[in-house]
Ligand binder design. Structure first.
Ligand code: SAM
Ligand code: SF4
Length: 502
């Protein structure tokens, strides 16, 4: 599957178990295992791409008349949240009359929505920009997202052919920035991150025809020692529950039956408006929207994960049986150094809550190996965490020192080869666990939402509510977008195989 971003380099074993991070990227930087167009208004109305033909708009006439007028190419690096930001950025541009094109060559404006969570991801963007060093360009080039926020004006020094540098906390100002570019300004920046606004757009161009993503909380206040997110995405800002529910209703009217609520710490959601809904109540309300059949949410922070979320899942079958609960390390000593705000024992209490649910709930996690000071004993505790928690998917990452993070000041770095060995050990252990967990599902009849038709005749695939992927055979002619029952007949590490039974 190649490199993911917050989870891009999925190894075979995770191939099937896409956690939210999935559809995204075409680039990125994660290294592990795990579960796995249309145009719509804020939450809604589908707008066919031909409606966005910008040939007679102001945007089309701007940026010079080179035949590709108001066209843009947008490439996304990083996690699901970045992908969804790109959907909103694209929606905003389309609403202003720009037209999206498939290749940089066909575009007048080239935008990179970047990820800086690990060094590898950030480097990718500079390698993209470097492609213009030799050959030069008369195109408008913009860097958006986390690398923009992190590197700021230095991007202009490293790549003087860049005209726009805009962090994710400034996306609301994109229309003004575009106007400046249209007016011929060659250096436009949006680098505030002290905003208390969320990035809501009037139009969102959704890439996934089956699953609609909605950001309900932006930024992060948690300050984990290794993480750039608080710096690049700013403080936590939750979106009002009424506005979220309005968008979900619009999505349902458009035909989406599955929504995924997004946030770096989605369960830290605090409704800023009356009725000051709790996160678990919001989940239940979203599930009540007519037409919605599946509700997912990611990523949950262990500190804010309470029994009320499990109770909500128990009460409402539309809340999917999957929770992504990053542990990062199995050692309390390392967790403290990471400033994760929970101990191994407290984390295991959350796992016990989930395992106590009335129906089985899949649990996936993120793990960082080689954090400064991580001893063999600490790492052994992470391996034993896999045994105790029995995850259905694990995204493993080698610790990557990042600018502006507290852990940069820590001594005792772990050599790269040790990090690599530890990552492989995580993957191997998880492979065994996942294979056994999938095997235990044989013979079960499962609800599957069909999202893919194979080139092989009569072969389809889709997601279970646990987010596992299952491929199955069926004699039906058209199943895409429907919910079916599939009996599991075979299993591997990353996916299951079955037959359509109804
Ligand atoms: N907010 C989520 C949480 O608290 O778990 C995670 C968001 S982060 C975009 C996704 C994952 O990237 C983290 O869970 C962590 O495992 C990994 N990550 C973040 N910073 C990292 C770093 N400096 N080096 C390696 N992995 C990192
Ligand atoms: Fe980063 Fe920690 Fe916030 Fe997650 S909770 S985004 S890992 S600072």
């Amino acid at each position: 599957m190649g490199e993911w971003s917050y989870g891009r380099l999925r190894i075979q074993m995770n191939k099937a178990f896409d956690i939210g991070v999935e559809s995204l990227s075409r680039n990125g930087g994660a290294e592990t295992a795990g579960l796995d167009s249309r145009f719509s208004r804020p939450s809604g109305e589908t707008i066919p791409s031909d409606k966005f033909d910008a040939t007679d708009t102001a945007a089309a006439k701007s940026f010079g008349d080179t035949g590709n007028g108001g066209t843009f190419f947008l490439e996304t690096f990083g996690c699901q949240m970045n992908d969804h930001d790109s959907e909103k950025v694209a929606g905003l541009l389309l609403s202003r009359g720009y037209r999206q094109v498939e290749t940089p060559e066909a575009a007048r404006m080239i935008l990179y929505n970047t990820c800086s969570i690990r060094e590898k991801a950030a480097q990718k963007v500079f390698s993209r920009l470097g492609e213009y060093r030799e050959r030069g360009t008369d195109k408008i080039i913009g860097v958006l997202g986390c690398v923009a926020q992190q590197e700021g004006h230095d991007i202009f020094k490293r790549a003087p052919w860049v005209s726009l540098v805009c962090g994710s906390a400034s996306y609301r100002k994109l229309p003004e920035m575009l106007a400046e570019l249209e007016a011929g300004n060659k250096r436009v920046t949006g680098l505030d991150n002290d905003t208390d606004e969320t990035f809501e757009t009037e139009i969102t161009r959704r890439d996934n025809p089956w699953r609609a993503y909605l950001t309900i909380i932006e930024g992060c206040d948690k300050a984990c020692a290794y993480c750039v997110v608080p710096h690049t995405r700013g403080p936590e800002r939750s979106r009002g529950s009424e506005s979220i529910l309005r968008e979900v209703r619009q999505l349902a009217e458009l035909g989406y039956s599955e929504v995924q609520l997004l946030g770096q710490t989605v369960n830290s959601y605090v409704d800023p408006t009356a009725p000051r809904m709790k996160f678990s109540d919001l989940l239940l309300e979203v599930a009540q929207v007519a037409g919605i059949r599946r509700v997912r949410f990611t990523t949950s922070h262990p500190r804010d994960f309470g029994a009320d979320i499990v109770e909500a899942i128990d009460r409402e079958p539309k809340l999917c049986d999957h929770i992504h609960l990053p542990v990062q390390s199995g050692s309390t000593k390392v967790l403290r150094a990471m400033a994760r705000t929970y101990t191994r024992e407290e984390y295991l209490e959350k796992i016990a809550l989930i395992r106590g649910a009335k129906r089985p709930i899949s649990i996936t996690t993120d793990i960082i190996v080689g954090f400064p000071g991580e001893t063999d004993e600490d790492f052994a505790e992470t391996l034993s965490m896999l045994d105790e928690a029995q995850y259905d998917g694990v995204f493993g990452f080698k610790y990557s020192p990042r600018p502006n993070t507290p852990s940069l000041a820590l001594n005792d770095p772990i050599p790269e080869d040790i990090k690599g060995q530890r990552l492989v050990m995580i993957q191997e252990k998880q492979r065994v666990i996942q294979t056994a967990r999938n095997l235990a599902m044989l013979g079960q009849e499962l609800d599957v939402f069909v999202s893919n038709k194979s080139r092989r005749q009569n072969q389809w695939s889709g997601h279970m509510t646990s987010n596992r992927v299952i491929s199955f055979s069926s004699q039906e002619q058209e199943l895409l977008g429907s919910y079916v029952r599939v009996k599991a007949t075979d299993s591997g590490t990353g996916s299951l195989t079955g037959v359509h039974v109804g």
